[in-house]
Design a protein around this ligand. Sequence first.
Ligand code: HEC
Length: 121
Amino acid sequence: MPKTNLIMALALAGALAACDSGKMDGKETAIPGTEGYDPEKIELAKKSNCFSCHAMEKKMIGPSFKDIAAKYRGMDAAEENLVFKVARGSSGAWGSIPMPANSPPVTEADIRATVKFILSL
Ligand code: HEC
């Protein structure tokens, strides 16, 4: 489906561009909408490139972290399931845009820490 390919290409281009700009200098590039959340967790998610597609409270390329928390609240095995999906990639859970695999480069331990944070929201 050409349309899906185009959307994926745009998503990836956006991720790459965001990735580059985040590494421009060693200084903090504040992510809008992350104020008031645990700065360590925000830093980890930022380092893991999650914020090129996700925001805390607003839908971007991917669902907001708050919406993810609400969807899986109280579900057994949500953590295991989501760690696996973030690591290997996910499609069809939220819409037509898939999430590419994040591991590598992000380690499973880092993904688990961010997934725990998301589920705690
Ligand atoms: C290139 C864009 C992109 C990046 C980078 C990205 N995501 Fe996603 N993410 C998405 C999209 C799009 C979806 C919706 C996928 C779907 O519908 O199954 C998603 C879905 C998710 C979900 C819900 C999965 C489900 O099955 O409900 C979680 C949790 C998640 N992302 C966490 C993360 C974390 C943590 C990171 C950083 C390590 C990350 N994402 C990086 C685009 C991205």
